[in-house]
Ligand binder design. Structure first.
Ligand code: GLN
Length: 485
């Protein structure tokens, strides 16, 4: 048995009993990377030498036998959007090709404090804009289940790395689905916590009213353990909320009796892959068999979510990305004068999708159009949020598909941005409303591609959706399947 194929909690148990060492796990992960990474392309940077130093440090702490964090000595991967002190952080963009951050993101620091081993930085869509990881300026990441398919995006590198056992768990970010959709495409568990639950300090900003950091893992228990480590108030992020962080992993008892689950009719749309619908309906039946009660609910403004999101997100992106001017960080293309330097740096540094979004967002915010686009989108956002508030008066959690289809073919949607945007149709409204959402494997299509089930919770109620996910996992074996690489 390869150590890299075990879950975080299984490895922790073995480390605690001193049956294995962190160095052995880390070596097993790098061996796996040596044999599969050429096919997958999950990583942009590998940190082999520092990882071994970190593993040895973890082993010496373990030898002392003091009570250890469940993450001590565990190899994790980071989406290349998290600032890592001294290690290049590109965000998938040429404009940050040579950017070495002077500090760690708060979440990275928390993982380091817990004693993790950082394996490397994973591929993503440039500035997290995309649903397939194909907008990366650097590399193509392939779906471990079928190499002609995308891994989803934008956290596609992290999802593929977890699915291929090229790390034990990973961090991603989710602005409109970028943790949950790739988790669904790659057959792993991913969670977007409530807006404000996890610090974004040191995470490269895309759309600041939507961005959130979250775990990507092999099962729900691992997801809970990762969330415990990264969640909580951070004075350096004014949007982080000062609420106690529950011991999510300890609350996983498999008992969901009496919980009320809402099923929104609007999420079962024409055009959805029939196998996806079948798997979700079966998933709902399993939760029912475990004692939860199912209720039809309505989220009537769902059909406007994609349009509202692509106005709000692009508007915020146009403002956030103004900082890449060739002066402060990364690429600088020297030219005639200052304005020309700005222009040439941005022209050469940004890819096509990023430019498209900056233009869309700048347009939506411009005088004369603001009311028609940005302001209207904000009003729609308010209505979407209210839909959820009303729904949560009747239920404790909402179950939907994570994405309308399984992983699509590489290059299938790159020529048609609207088609690409529509793959986020089930994840986006959760970000607009600031709610927590979990995606977990719930079946496979005829081609052997994984299907994801999404569980949406109330604000700051990650506990309930993790408990539901865990109970579901106890009754199924989907999360145990591995791609035949
Ligand atoms: N696919 C969506 C977008 O392109 C979501 C991306 C994300 O969550 N970062 O904006």
């Amino acid at each position: 048995m390869n150590l890299c194929s075990l879950t975080l909690h299984e490895l922790h148990d073995k480390l605690k009993r001193r049956e294995i060492s962190s160095e052995e796990i880390t070596e097993s992960v790098f061996q796996r990377i040596a044999s599969t990474e050429e096919k997958i392309g999950a990583y942009l940077t590998l940190c082999h030498d520092s990882a071994l130093v970190e593993a040895k440090r973890a082993d010496s702490l373990l030898r002392r036998g003091e009570p250890a964090s469940p993450l001590l000595g565990i190899p994790v991967a980071l989406k290349d959007i998290f600032l890592t002190r001294g290690a290049v952080t590109t965000c998938g963009s040429k404009i940050l090709g040579n950017f070495v951050p002077p500090y760690d993101a708060t979440t990275v620091k928390r993982l380091r404090d817990a004693g993790v081993v950082i394996i490397g930085k994973t591929n993503l869509d440039e500035f997290a804009m995309g649903s397939s990881t194909e907008n990366s300026a650097y590399a193509t990441t392939r779906n471990p289940w079928k190499l002609d398919r995308v891994p989803g995006g934008s956290s596609g590198g992290s999802a593929a790395a977890v699915a291929a056992d090229e790390c034990v768990a990973a961090l991603g970010t989710d602005t409109g689905g970028s943790i949950r959709q790739p988790a669904a495409c790659c057959g792993i568990v991913g969670m977007k916590p409530t807006y404000g639950r996890v610090s974004r300090f040191g995470v490269i900003a895309y759309a600041s009213s939507l961005d959130q950091v979250g775990p990507m893992a092999k099962d729900v228990t691992d997801c809970a353990l990762m969330l415990e480590a990264i969640a909580g108030y951070d004075p350096a992020d004014s949007t982080s909320v000062n609420l106690p962080v529950p011991s999510y992993s300890r609350e996983l008892d498999g008992n969901v009796g009496g919980l009320k689950i809402g099923i929104p009719g609007e999420f079962f749309i024409a055009g959805m892959q029939p196998e996806v619908e079948r798997a979700i309906r079966e998933g709902i039946r399993i939760l029912e068999r475990q004692g939860s009660r199912v209720e039809e609910i309505s989220l009537p403004h769902t059909e406007y979510a994609v349009a509202a999101y692509y106005l709000v997100a692009t508007a915020e992106a146009s403002s956030n990305l103004a900082r890449y001017d060739g002066m402060k960080y990364g690429l600088r293309v020297p030219a005639r004068d200052l304005t020309d330097t700005y222009r040439k740096t941005r022209e050469q540094g940004f890819g096509a999708e990023v430019k498209r979004r900056i233009m869309l967002g700048t347009y939506a915010l411009s005088a004369g159009y603001y009311d028609a686009y940005y302001l209207k989108a904000q009003k729609v956002r308010r209505l979407i949020k209210r839909d959820f508030e009303e729904a949560f008066e009747k239920c404790d959690a909402i179950v939907t598909p994570t994405a309308p289809t399984t992983a699509f073919k590489l290059a299938e949607k790159t020529k048609d941005p609207l088609q690409m945007y529509l793959s986020d149709i089930f994840t986006i409204s959760v970000n607009l409303a600031g709610l927590p959402g979990l995606s977990l494997p719930c079946g496979f299509d005829a081609e052997g591609l994984p299907i994801g089930l999404q569980i949406i919770g109330k604000h700051f109620d990650e506990s309930t959706i993790l408990r539901l996910g865990f109970a579901y996992e106890q009754a199924t074996e989907w999360h145990k399947r591995k791609p035949g690489l």
